[in-house]
Design a protein around this ligand. Structure first.
Ligand code: FAD
Length: 391
């Protein structure tokens, strides 16, 4: 793709910005205006368009169908993507976790079978790790995979499985040896969601959306050829998979937070009917000033992590996760107070002047201190592995 050959960073940024603006307008033009970036059909159409235009596998090796984009360019792409307001795709777990996992641990056959479907966005993936009794303590999982010749019989229950209701495939962790210590008896399996014995029950979230699910496996037949890596090596694979793209995970989130801060300040300066606490309120002024500092400290953290850790942060990545998720919640708490009942307005409503769904984003942000390791777990990691405190 010509855009990726551009020699100069600033020219590359400009081209990315223009491409995103033009193509977003084109894809959105196929929907009744204005379309929400949270609309599932829009998200899917946009992601299909990106992939059809070759914007997938950006950092993957060229030999595997990627573009081998260097980290600096990837950062520019992610920053511009976040600024453009483009929706998040629905195959984020496939592109962000499963793809890099197969690149590192998949057999040649597995790469040939699954990577092209990911690059073209033909197959949507979900991640079946968490269970009702195994979340923070993931290794306590109880879903079993019993080997019967050339296949496993998988039985158990997963929960909070994002996108399982639309996924074609699930990569899951299942216990293949209950007799050894818990981390050592787990395997990493690729499961066709159309297999007999799978039941998906969507869970409605408090913001009204329905993204995650309960998934039940009742004697589901999974070929042994669908196991990634050796039997009982699933824990190490899952831990490595969690570190892929961890450094770049925060870039779009920090850009979005900075933009949210700016938009909020603008709305606070020119309150509309139904707004809440005025900007003259000394407490609100203090909280906004702190939020401004949070955004800047986060940006410095992220930059230092990218420069020093070269993209694969160790336990210090926990600082960023903890600080980002908690300060983002604080920012949206201020938004609720400042915007008052007018925060209910979203871009789809005729009276709305702003481009954000403040109330929806406030509700969604509650999940940010839970997913990818809760705040308590991040604090444990910092205490034990960074500060060396006793357990
Ligand atoms: C939006 C969203 C999407 C998700 N998508 C997926 C997905 O696609 N696939 C998937 O497998 N999972 C997914 N999850 C699940 C997520 O990984 C778990 O919610 C998370 O790991 C926490 O596990 P839990 O919910 O079982 O909480 P628990 O582990 O039961 O924790 C409950 C509370 O106890 C605290 N706690 C637990 N252990 C300790 C400890 N040792 N010390 C101190 N406090 C502790 C926790 O911090 C928390 O406050 C998703 C979650 C969310 C919110």
């Amino acid at each position: 793709m010509q855009l990726f050959e551009e020699a100069d960073d600033e020219a590359f940024r400009r081209l990315v910005r223009e491409w995103l603006a033009d193509n977003l307008a084109m894809v959105a033009g196929g929907f009744p205006a204005p379309v929400s970036p949270h609309d599932m059909a829009f998200r899917r159409a946009w992601e299909d368009h990106l992939c059809a235009c070759g914007f997938s596998g950006l950092t993957w090796p060229k030999a595997d169908g990627g573009h081998e984009l260097p980290m600096g360019r990837m950062v520019i792409w992610l920053e511009e993507y976040a600024r453009s307001g483009a929706p998040q795709g629905v195959n984020v777990i496939g592109h962000g976790i499963l793809g890099p996992t197969l690149l590192h641990f998949g057999s040649a056959e597995q790469k040939a079978r699954y990577l092209p479907g990911l690059l073209a966005n033909r197959e949507i993936w979900c991640q079946g790790y968490s269970e009702p009794g195994a979340g923070s303590d993931l290794a306590a999982l109880r879903t079993q995979a019993v080997c019967e010749g050339d296949h496993y019989m998988v039985s158990g229950q997963k929960i909070w499985t994002s996108y399982a209701n639309i996924a074609d495939w699930c990569f899951l962790l299942a216990r293949t040896d209950p007799s050894v210590p818990k981390h050592k008896g787990i395997s990493f399996l690729l499961v066709d969601m159309k297999s007999p014995g799978i039941t998906v029950r969507p869970i409605r979230q408090m913001n009204g959306e329905q993204e995650f699910n309960e998934v039940f496996f009742d004697e589901v037949k999974v070929p042994v050829a669908n196991r990634v890596g050796e039997e009982n090596s699933g824990w190490a694979i899952a831990m490595a998979a969690a570190s892929f793209e961890r450094a770049t995970y925060f870039i779009p989130r920090l850009v979005r937070m900075e933009e949210e801060f700016r938009d909020l300040l603008q709305l606070a300066r020119a309150p509309r009917p139904g707004a809440g606490v005025p900007l003259e309120d000394p407490e609100v002024r203090g909280r906004l000033a702190s939020a401004y500092l949070d955004v800047h400290v986060l940006k410095l953290f992220a930059r230092r992590m990218l420069e020093t850790a070269g993209g694969t942060p160790g336990p210090e990545g926990s600082y960023l996760k903890l600080f980002w998720s908690e300060s983002h919640q604080r920012l949206l708490d201020i938004a609720m107070d400042v915007l008052g009942p007018s925060a209910r307005l979203g871009p789809q409503e005729p009276a709305a002047a702003e481009r954000r769904h403040w109330q929806r984003d406030y509700l969604w942000s509650r999940a940010e201190t839970i997913l990818a390791g809760t705040s308590e777990i991040q604090r444990n990691i910092i205490a034990e592995r960074v500060l060396g405190l006793p357990r």
